[in-house]
Design a binder for this molecule. Sequence first.
Ligand SMILES: Nc1ncnc2c1ncn2[C@@H]1O[C@H](COP(=O)(O)OP(=O)(O)O)[C@@H](O)[C@H]1O
Ligand SMILES: [Mg+2]
Length: 393
Amino acid sequence: MKPSATQSFSKLIANRKVVVCVGSGGVGKTTTSAVIALHAAIEGRKVLVLTIDPARRLANSLGVTELGNDIQQIPLDQFRQIGLEPKGELWAMMLDMKLSFDHLVATYAPDAKTRDEILDNRFYQYFSTSLAGTQEYAASERLHELYMRKEFDLIVLDTPPTSHALDFLEAPNRLADAVSGKALQWMYKPGAMTGRSGLGLFSVGTSYVIKTLGRFTGAQLLNDLSVFLRTFSTLFEGFEQRARKVQSLLLSDKTAFVVVTAPDTLTIEEALYFYERLGTSRLHVGGFVVNRVHPMWVSAARLDAPAEQLSAELQALAKDLPAPAEAIDFDALASRLLENAVQFQLRATQDEHSIALLDEELPGQTPVVTVPYFSLDIHSLEGLDQARRALFE
Ligand SMILES: Nc1ncnc2c1ncn2[C@@H]1O[C@H](COP(=O)(O)OP(=O)(O)O)[C@@H](O)[C@H]1O
Ligand SMILES: [Mg+2]
């Protein structure tokens, strides 16, 4: 780790209004989002973390067990229970990716009737679930909407587990294309439903779409299509403008992207690829969080010591046990423990090596911070605080 990485990472968060955590699936994006938010709240800011798929117990401890649009404040006494006295506030909301596009419709439909017409429309249902990046787009519009309310000093956005982090960036453009006149013309074109041409509106699941739509009669299909075209175009009148606003927020110096990665070489390579792509899109990468790093906790002297020595030490320790220790094969136990320690040390060495490579690849000012592999999952405020201290102190 660069000497001042922790400090520059901390400073980075302090200066932003929006932080977006991206990275491959399962690396710890949701956890890191919550940790960053917790840190900023302790430092005195009013923070909202938009989580996407929190593990149930983490959701419980953040008070966001219900999917939906509710913003919840984490009560102060929950912090006090673990000896924390935040100067700011921590709020959380669980974004439902499936519902976020519906939320857009509900927000921008001119009236309730149009809203229901769209939500019930089969074309809409395919559109909102099949086009890559649609839901990511809806989430980023949601972010923008909350940002514009100016209620929070900082919003931390988690990203979905399944999507490619880059869907998030490309979605506004792709979607703007899809709902522009061109795409609608495409849908009118004879033979469009064979899926051979077009701008990709249904390309993800074309055959599925055709198969499923095929179950309805031609009249029903045409009716749905005409309703979709009529209602959707009114809904998306201001769409391109909004898409541009969302993008300019993401591009501005108010926003920083944080790339979360595991310490293994493959995942780091993927993270570097994200980093490059974010850069190409002129998005600002604030730093890297390498999560679940195996710590070097066994000394070399310990590993080199003979197994008999460890066995003797274990026997001495066992004297204090309340239960009789005769049944224990101390020699076998000692060599298993040593073998385990050697394996762990090997992992730790590999991690150190790949983090050094990551450091080398990045320009000097990009902080790389690490969080150790904890023996337990991070499912409570206390666990988050443990990770927070690793990241920021
Ligand atoms: N440093 C860590 N040590 C131990 N467990 C961790 C650590 N970071 C994350 N976890 C656990 O790993 C699982 C996946 O993390 P999560 O943040 O949900 O990943 P993602 O959002 O990228 O899919 C969770 O159960 C979480 O508690
Ligand atoms: Mg997640």
